[in-house]
Design a protein around this ligand. Structure first.
Ligand code: Z5A
Length: 209
């Protein structure tokens, strides 16, 4: 099937179900004959995956707020230039598990940088590329905690391991972004079964197909 190439980003807090739903959406598009690639941030290219490791398992005393934001922007610049833009130019849909709005939420709203600074880094690094649709998945804290306990057994990385207040600011930031730009964002209820949530995602994406 011929459709306009689209960039779709999944966003939300840790364990909300983004990776699961990104995978299911890519498979559903393929089943309809829509060529798509599934990717993630930080990561998606060899260089960006190497930066991911530096970010999630920092050497030494860890990164300062500015260095962390620059590393996320650098990983995204490589990802956009080497994978996302070529795929879009090829007519493919790109489904990204996290993108710019994670930097706006984690390094901007919950961290030490302002939204203007995060967007300025994105303008320099990635030409300001924005998703056609950003799907924010939210789920009740206790459900998410149970999912993460079952999957990770309490282990976390440098960012997932930050305090509750930090993660609450991230959640609030995604809701604020969605309220400010309703044409680019959709909030999806991530409670219920994986299939329930997938059906909500398909309904949100249908107008773009
Ligand atoms: N970060 C940043 O600070 N700035 C940036 O610019 C970017 C990222 C791009 C990346 O870590 C970290 O980097 C992240 C933000 C920061 N840290 N935090 N927090 P990551 O990629 O390793 O982690 P994540 O993005 O938070 O993903 P995650 O922990 O894998 O969560 P998820 O993708 O939302 O969930 P999932 O893997 O789909 O599901 C989690 C488990 O729940 C799994 O076992 C599923 O089978 C299960 N699951 C999913 N959905 C359901 C439902 N509906 N019912 C029952 N069980 C379910």
């Amino acid at each position: 099937m011929t459709t306009t190439a689209r960039l779709i980003a999944f966003e939300g807090g840790e364990g909300a179900g983004k990776s699961t739903q990104a995978r299911l959406l890519a498979a559903a598009l393929e089943a309809r004959g829509i060529a798509s690639i599934l990717t993630r941030e930080p990561g998606g290219t060899p260089g960006a995956e190497a930066i991911r490791d530096l970010l999630l398992h920092p050497p030494g005393e860890g990164w300062g707020a500015e260095a962390e934001a620059l590393l996320f922007a650098a990983a995204r610049a490589d990802h956009v230039a080497r994978l996302i833009r070529p795929a879009l130019a090829d007519g493919k849909w790109v489904i990204s598990d996290r993108f710019l709005d994670s930097s706006r939420a984690y390094q901007g709203a919950a961290g030490a940088l302002g939204d203007g600074e995060v967007r300025a880094l994105h303008a320099i690094g990635s030409g300001g590329l924005l998703p056609d649709l950003t799907i924010v998945i939210t789920a009740a804290n206790e459900r998410v905690a149970a999912r993460l306990r079952a999957r990770d057994g309490g282990a976390s990385d440098a960012i997932g391991g930050r305090g509750e207040a930090y993660h609450a600011r991230v959640e609030a930031a995604f809701a604020d972004f969605a309220a400010a730009e309703p044409e680019r964002f959709v909030m999806i209820d991530g409670n219920g079964t994986i299939e329930d949530v997938h059906a909500r995602v398909l309904a949100a994406v249908a107008p773009l197909c």
